[in-house]
Design a protein around this ligand. Structure first.
Ligand SMILES: Cc1cc2nc3c(=O)[nH]c(=O)nc-3n(C[C@H](O)[C@H](O)[C@H](O)COP(=O)(O)O)c2cc1C
Length: 167
């Protein structure tokens, strides 16, 4: 049976919430998934599918997510992988492009181009002075839960489609 790892890299919690929502949706659709902080994942053993998501800061993935991809590149290349990132705030940009790191590594590990979701900035959750300053200047939550759950459903459909094919 397909076992999915949903690993996330999140500083202020919003990417974790996206990962949790994807996990709940997959479980609802009969796909077994564990949601884990990527910093604590030491092996891919036991998982045949990986969903990896990171928050974007200054145009880059969180360091623990980048490290995970580099360290586990062969294991990821041997598995079905979907990547997502979360970041933009405010009005939806006309063109949404994934960060260069994620786009490059998706190609290297044979994953589809990363999916980009909106992010959240909340001054109450910001920790360092720079994060707080930015969060105060442009607070908001651009996460579109319908879009996120629809994406989770496309993953579930792909995975359950595999199951049917292998019967
Ligand atoms: C200092 C700072 C820099 C950021 N840089 C970017 C960026 O370059 N691109 C982007 O899309 N979002 C950027 N963001 C927005 C965050 O990615 C967004 O708030 C995200 O939802 C945070 O995720 P987290 O709560 O999981 O840490 C930045 C936020 C802060 C505080």
């Amino acid at each position: 049976m397909t076992q999915v790892l949903i690993a996330y890299a999140s500083k202020m919690g919003s990417t974790k919430e996206i990962a949790d929502a994807i996990g709940v949706e997959l479980l609802k659709l009969g796909v077994s998934a564990d949601v884990r902080d990527v910093a604590g994942v030491t092996t891919l053993k036991g998982y045949d599918t990986v969903v990896l998501g990171s928050a974007v800061y200054a145009g880059r993935w969180r360091p623990e997510a980048s490290r995970f991809v580099k360290r586990n590149a062969p294991g990821l290349a041997a598995r079905r992988v979907w990547l997502f990132e979360s970041g933009w705030i405010g009005k939806r940009p006309e063109t949404i492009t994934p960060s260069p790191f994620a786009a490059k590594w998706a190609g290297r590990i044979g994953a589809p181009p990363p999916t980009v979701f909106g992010g959240r900035l909340d001054p109450k959750l910001a920790t360092g002075p720079i994060d707080r300053l930015l969060a105060k200047r442009m607070p908001g939550d651009a996460r579109d839960w319908d879009e996120i759950l629809a994406w989770a459903r496309t993953l579930a459909a792909a995975l359950t489609g595999d199951r049917e094919e292998h019967r």
